[in-house]
Design a protein around this ligand. Structure first.
Ligand SMILES: [Zn+2]
Length: 343
């Protein structure tokens, strides 16, 4: 029997894709492109809005002017929306963005499961149902955008033991669902504490899939020992973690404009570069592009701050010699270590 590849069986350090001496680090902008819903309410199949969809045009324009090819990880309601397809397909055809798949199982057919927190993590669904939803989403993207998606993100970072094999079967080449440094076990989700920050290949019986984890670093006075302390304290509740951050002992910093001030993000970039990460993987959610949908962008001035955040961060990246990349660039960089290649 072929070994079943699993994204959560982390590889040895020698298997990670490292930055070569003459190579510049890259950054990737990944956008969870999805419906607007109440993040504090229970999951529901209906009742979401798509009010933030027109704001994708402003977002795309911003990144185009900055010379960046972002990837929109679109979910089922977005793929059904003509306005979204209109904005993104045009940019995709012009080579100015990529489109990948993001699976929010509670709004993706077939609807054969009970909608619950546990079932909001795609990887918790029975394998046949998970595969059926992934297939529906892939085929809808292919039909609507004229190109099959090769990048996948599980909604709520919910990978399962079978996800890698399914992705390979369905023609995906790259997954970006591992959110290193986060533990979702409280809601029956995955535990990504101790997950690598470098990309790596996962071999399955159906082909190899590249994992490109979402970047989160640990900073603070405790240095490299901080992550372990953070996780031990975090078990005691959020307040202890916040106190650690206030004291400057240890802080967890995700590369996102959502809830992370620009100066902290720039510090995180420096930490990631010290670790010689080949790819800095930024992420945010498209509902944040319109005030009122997410806890992070409540007002017009928040939205203004959102784009100023990118100005500051892009400036810092340029100063540090980090260059933008896209799906093709990442797969090309990783090819030297692909299973079957000697490297
Ligand atoms: Zn999502």
């Amino acid at each position: 029997m072929e070994p079943a590849g699993d994204f959560q069986a982390y590889p040895a350090a020698s298997e990670l894709i490292a930055l070569q001496d003459d190579e510049r680090p890259r950054f990737w902008v990944t956008i969870d492109t999805e419906e607007d819903f109440d993040w504090a309410a229970p999951f529901a199949r209906t009742g979401f809005r798509l009010d933030s969809v027109p704001a994708l045009a402003e977002c795309q324009g911003f990144f185009e002017r900055a010379g960046i090819v972002p990837i929109y990880l679109v979910d089922w309601p977005i793929v059904q929306d003509d306005r979204a397809v209109d904005i993104l397909a045009k940019a995709l055809r012009a080579g100015r963005c990529d489109v990948g798949a993001q699976l929010h199982p509670w709004v993706t057919p077939p609807h054969d499961e009970v909608v619950s927190e546990r079932n909001s993590y795609t990887g918790n669904l029975p394998p046949d149902l998970q595969r059926a939803k992934m297939t529906m989403l892939r085929d809808a993207i292919t039909r609507r955008f004229g190109a099959a998606p090769v990048v996948y993100r599980a909604g709520r970072y919910g990978l399962g033991a079978d996800t890698a094999t399914m992705l390979a079967e369905l023609g995906f080449r790259c997954d970006t669902s591992v959110r290193s440094g986060f533990d979702y076990r409280k809601g029956d989700g995955p535990d990504y504490r101790g997950a690598p920050l470098h990309p790596w290949w996962v071999a399955t019986g159906k082909g190899a899939v590249l994992e490109v984890p979402v970047t989160t670093v640990f900073g603070g006075l405790l240095g490299a020992g901080g992550e372990g302390v953070y996780h031990r304290i975090a078990r005691g509740g959020m307040h202890a973690g916040a106190a650690l951050a206030r004291l400057g002992l240890v802080e967890r910093i995700a590369l996102t404009p959502e809830g992370i001030p620009a100066d902290r993000a720039c510090r995180a970039i420096d930490i990631a570069l010290d670790q010689r990460l080949p790819i800095l993987n930024f992420s945010f959610h498209s509902p944040s592009l319109q005030p009122g949908n997410t806890p992070y962008v409540r007002s017009d001035s928040d939205l203004d701050r959102f784009y100023r955040w990118w100005d500051a961060v892009l400036d810092h990246l340029a100063r540090r010699g980090v260059v933008p990349t896209d799906t093709a660039g990442i797969l090309a960089l990783a090819a030297r270590k692909a299973p079957g290649n000697s490297a």
